[in-house]
Design a protein around this ligand. Structure first.
Ligand code: CIR
Length: 264
């Protein structure tokens, strides 16, 4: 099952309120124009990679809603509406419900008390890793295992390193059997059986990259990571992420990606 071949994506344009998004560093203040420019470059890169992008309207009431990845999991077989773990983000799920219904016949959802952010979920061909974190609780993770089984996916509950917000802040899938991981996560052994490429020293945040078809979207600030990916024979598309990084976000957070049946 190829899990990095995508025909379709949902994104949400940032609102001006994005400058009030959640962040761990109070001194890091992004600008609306900066986030908007990074978002536009990202949408262009998805389109250039052959993905058809559904762009949802900005939501001023939800500063973090540009990080649409945290609201749902999407597969060619169907979608799962999540329950984001940050109180200010919980109702973002209601705002994405309509878009999911437009694209998927089968949409299940997490129930009351079952919290999970999409940023804590790494999909590989064999297993879906669900990282417990400050946003994803055990009830949510266990409920997800059941919902994923209904879509024919095996899942495994793991621990997100305490140093990062989301599991995928520290890892991503590069190919069917290759995972990019920050050293702290690679050292846990949870990816035993996969080929693991570690992020170069000082470029740990580069772990949040996105493989889209033959292309890999990589943060512009990570030249050594880009070099490593190019050596793997994949096309690198460098993207600016300095402003979204101030909101503890990266490239994967800004889209929901899937392959439509019979297209990929
Ligand atoms: C948050 O704290 O929820 C946002 N400021 C950043 C979300 C990043 N999402 C992701 O990594 N999937």
């Amino acid at each position: 099952m190829r899990v990095f071949e995508f025909t379709s994506a949902i994104v949400r344009e940032p609102g001006k309120s994005v400058v009030n998004g959640l962040k761990s560093d109070p001194k890091a203040v992004p600008t609306y124009e900066g986030v908007l420019a990074e978002h536009r470059a990202y949408v262009d890169a998805l389109a250039e990679a052959g993905v058809s992008v559904d762009i949802l309207k900005p939501l001023e009431g939800f500063p973090d809603s540009v990080f649409v990845e945290d609201t749902a999991l999407v597969f060619r077989e169907g979608a799962i509406l999540l329950r984001p773990g940050a109180p200010s983000r919980l109702s973002e799920r209601e705002e994405v419900r309509g878009a999911l219904a437009r694209h998927f016949a089968d949409v299940s959802e997490l129930g009351v008390g079952e919290y999970a952010d999409g940023g804590d979920v790494l999909v590989t061909p064999e297993t879906v890793f669900i990282g417990l974190s400050a946003r994803t609780n055990r009830l949510g993770a266990e409920a997800l295992v059941t919902r994923l089984a209904a879509l024919g996916r095996k899942a495994s509950i793991v621990q997100t390193p305490a140093s990062v917000l989301h599991f995928k802040s520290a890892c991503s899938l590069l190919s069917d059997d290759t995972i990019i991981a920050a050293p702290a996560l690679a050292a846990t052994g949870i990816f035993d059986g996969y080929r693991v490429l570690q992020t170069p020293p000082g470029e740990e945040a580069a772990a949040n990259l996105v493989r889209v078809n033959r292309r890999v979207l990589v943060g512009k600030a990570y030249p050594r990571m880009a070099e490593l990916i190019a050596k793997e024979g994949l096309e690198v598309r460098l993207l600016p992420v300095g402003e979204v990084a101030k909101l503890d976000a990266g490239l994967s957070c800004m889209s929901l990606r899937w392959a439509k049946k019979d297209e990929a």
